[in-house]
Design a protein around this ligand. Structure first.
Ligand SMILES: [Zn+2]
Length: 310
């Protein structure tokens, strides 16, 4: 299984166009040692030329151009991308679907609740149905295995499978209260566990830290790409960018007594990588004590173009 990071920042990217925090201004004036990052986007392939997109970021068009494997081959009319899996209906997870609307048959997997939000509540996404055949939606049921790609021959164990893991986040603010009230809350935010040839990837770019399913999914995986949005719970309040804490926004902060870095993970097997890093997070500064603390705790920090072969 190939896993390619096309973008590794939280919403707004890094630097963010309207932000003057120490990270963003330090990057702009050249005094900060850090990489620029597009908004979080990951692509997965089980070895064939076909790629699966994990969510569809607002930067998707630029990210496809930056990745030769995702381009249309000169002799072919078909894109190697035709399937997208959604972890939530958040704007940063779905906006890129509009980049894919140009009359190409698409296959989208999500929970039934995310599908209802996009198809019933938001008429903008009806542009996806203009292709012939129209977009095909399939539901990801919680804790059930969904086959994404069949094995190459009968009996071969190289099929690609996916399991949806409930992460107990909230529905986005833009969803009306009446629709929200009719949707099961465990379908709001999911993690995705992929299995290919007995190797496992767990993808959870946004999670609250509630429940226990996510930690088990991390421990049984070879690679885990996990929510690294905020260093501190009150990071955006201190930066005067929001009145909400990280936890109010559905993100488990990295530091603090109950933060991600203090969680007990099984040692050895899992390569743990932070992704979806907000522009205010001091771990972006490669010379900061927070960056060093993350590395010393056994974590890696995703960057655009990072690639894994499992
Ligand atoms: Zn900033």
């Amino acid at each position: 299984m190939r896993v390619r990071v096309l973008g590794s920042a939280a919403g707004g990217g890094f630097p963010q166009w309207n932000c003057g925090c120490p990270n963003c201004s330090g990057f702009r004036n050249g005094t900060l040692k850090a990489r620029p990052r597009m908004q979080t986007q990951v692509a997965v392939s089980s070895g064939s030329s076909h790629w699966f997109l994990l969510n569809a970021s607002p930067d998707l068009r630029q990210q496809i151009f930056a990745t030769p494997e995702l381009s249309v081959a000169p002799s072919s009319l078909a894109s190697p991308i035709s399937t997208i899996l959604l972890t939530s209906a958040d704007v940063d997870c779905v906006m890129g679907l509009l980049h894919l609307r140009e009359f190409q048959p698409l296959h989208i997997y999500s929970t039934l609740s995310v599908r209802r939000i996009l198809t019933e509540e938001n008429s903008l996404f009806r542009v996806l149905a203009r292709s012939n055949p129209p977009v095909r939606w399939d539901s990801l049921s919680l804790d059930r295995i969904t086959p994404l790609a069949p094995p190459t021959s009968p009996g071969a164990k190289d099929g690609l499978f996916c399991k949806a893991v409930p992460l107990f986040g909230g529905f986005p603010d833009y969803v009306s209260d009446s629709l929200k009230g009719s949707l099961p809350p465990e379908e709001a935010v999911i993690g995705l566990q992929f299995v290919h040839k007995e190797k496992r990837l767990f993808y959870a770019p946004s999670f609250s830290g509630l429940g226990e399913d996510w930690q088990r999914s991390v421990d049984e995986s070879d690679l885990a790409l996990l929510d690294g949005t905020f260093w501190k719970d009150d990071e955006l309040i201190q930066a005067k960018r929001s009145r909400k804490t990280a936890r109010d926004m559905g993100h488990l902060p990295l530091s603090g007594e109950r933060g991600m870095l203090k969680r007990p993970f099984r040692l050895g097997k899992t390569r743990r990588v932070l992704i979806h890093i907000n522009n205010t997070n001091p771990v972006l500064n490669e010379e900061s004590p927070e960056h060093r603390a993350v590395r010393e705790a056994g974590w890696e920090i995703a960057y655009d173009g990072m690639e894994f072969n499992l």
